[in-house]
Design a protein around this ligand. Structure first.
Ligand SMILES: Cc1cc2nc3c(=O)[nH]c(=O)nc-3n(C[C@H](O)[C@H](O)[C@H](O)COP(=O)(O)O)c2cc1C
Length: 391
């Protein structure tokens, strides 16, 4: 029996991921920012949301299939963009994409990923979405948008909630950073994790060298030691969304032929604007508690946003999903689907594609069981009626 077979929930996969990964990489994956309040509160508020079980109804044929962006999906789940997947496993994002294809759910490739977007879109078999960060030199981002359209991505996900970037003090302490820095702490950390060193870094070195930011604009397509720097040196302008406006959504709408999704919405008025500017869907997200530490839980922000735009656009939500019951709660509060970041990344870090498939299977089984408890057989039947309200 392998390590993955002994994982019965997402927390078990997290434990395996923690034992495999260098501390710096694991904490980058796992933690939030500053005092970890937003991270903890996402979970706390999901845990506090309770479901009512309904008895003596037929639950012999529970099905999770649904429509996301007007196309069938095996369950109301999409894999979130996570720039670091390729450091948790060799070509980790490709492993995740193949797992998504096997499970019949869409996969989102992050701008910061290491596997070239063409390979993911054309060879993984997944419904592929591409996540964009905007460079200050916007024309460079438009190049990526054109490249993603040519590669055949179904949707463009523009992440708008990074502002001035994140204050991740744990990464200052453990020595991990992006760009990746080789220093005494990171070397000791790597040497303490020889399996990771051999199977992740070792495989990259045998396949052409350090992993690259394969989906950065040409001028910035350096390896992870130089991420964000211009080739040949020069000032880093990185992916900063600090000079953007709703007019940039119009520009992307004109450029992008497929579905356009705005990720990182927490206010009903911003959700309205996203719809007015042509977004096909929005993601209610606080980036998994990784950016602003004072953010409310997304499960609390969701109902107001659904009330504002739920009849006009697909509202997707993320941040904190670790159990199938969490997905039922999000749907009950009006979401069309959830994104999973860490849950599926723990699976990838624990065991590549089979690990990611295990994470998806766990969430699927838990969701099915929860639907049976609340007495529903179809995702379209899930409404606020299943939520316990003390008053
Ligand atoms: C390690 C890691 C890297 C991430 N990188 C990105 C990224 O490059 N782009 C992006 O839009 N979101 C990124 N996110 C945020 C996720 O897309 C998603 O919003 C978040 O993980 C959801 O919360 P959850 O991890 O609790 O599921 C990242 C999340 C993690 C955990």
């Amino acid at each position: 029996m392998g390590r993955i077979d002994r994982c019965y929930n997402i927390a078990d996969l997290r434990d395996v991921a923690q034992s495999r990964l260098p501390k710096g990489v694991f904490e980058y994956l796992d933690k939030g920012t500053e005092d970890q309040q937003s991270l903890g509160n996402n979970r706390h508020r999901l845990d506090q949301t309770k479901l009512l079980n309904k008895v003596l109804v037929d639950v012999s044929d529970v099905r999770l299939d649904t429509q996301i962006l007007g196309k069938p999906s095996a369950m109301p789940l999409v894999i979130a963009p996570t720039g670091i997947a390729g450091l948790t496993w060799f070509e980790g994002e490709y492993e995740l994409a193949k797992a998504a294809a096997a499970a019949g759910v869409p996969f989102t490739l992050a701008t910061g990923s290491n596997t070239p977007m063409e390979k993911v879109a054309q060879e993984s078999g997944a419904r592929a979405w591409f996540q964009l960060y905007m460079w200050r030199e916007k024309e460079l981002s438009y190049e990526l948008v054109r490249r993603a359209a040519k590669a055949g991505f179904e949707a463009l996900v523009w992440t708008v909630d990074i502002g001035h970037g994140a204050n991740r003090e744990h990464n200052l302490r453990n020595g991990f950073s992006t760009p990746y820095k080789i220093n005494s702490r990171s070397i000791v950390d790597m040497l303490r994790h020889p399996e990771w060193l051999a199977t992740v870094m070792g495989r990259y070195m045998m396949n052409g060298g350090m992993p690259e930011h394969a989906n950065y604009p040409e001028q910035y397509r350096t390896n992870i030691l130089k991420g964000g720097e211009r080739k040949g040196g020069g000032k880093s302008t990185a992916m900063r969304a600090d000079k953007v406006s709703w007019e940039d959504v119009d520009r992307l709408r004109d450029l992008w032929p497929g579905k356009l999704i705005i990720k990182g919405i927490m206010r009903p008025d911003d959700a309205q604007l996203a719809v007015e500017h042509g977004a096909d869907a929005i993601v209610v997200s606080n980036h998994g508690g990784r950016n602003m530490d004072s953010a409310p839980a997304t499960i609390d922000a969701l109902p107001r946003i659904v009330a504002a735009v739920g009849d006009k656009t697909d509202v997707i939500v993320d941040s904190g999903v670790r159990r199938g019951s969490d997905i039922v709660k999000c749907l009950a509060l009006g979401a069309k689907a959830v994104l999973t970041g860490r849950a599926t990344l723990y699976g990838t870090a624990a065991g590549g594609q089979p690990g990611a498939e295990k994470a998806l299977a766990i969430l699927k089984n838990e969701m099915k069981r929860t639907m049976a408890y609340v007495g529903l057989q179809r995702t379209s039947e899930i409404t606020g009626d299943v939520i316990w309200r003390a008053d």
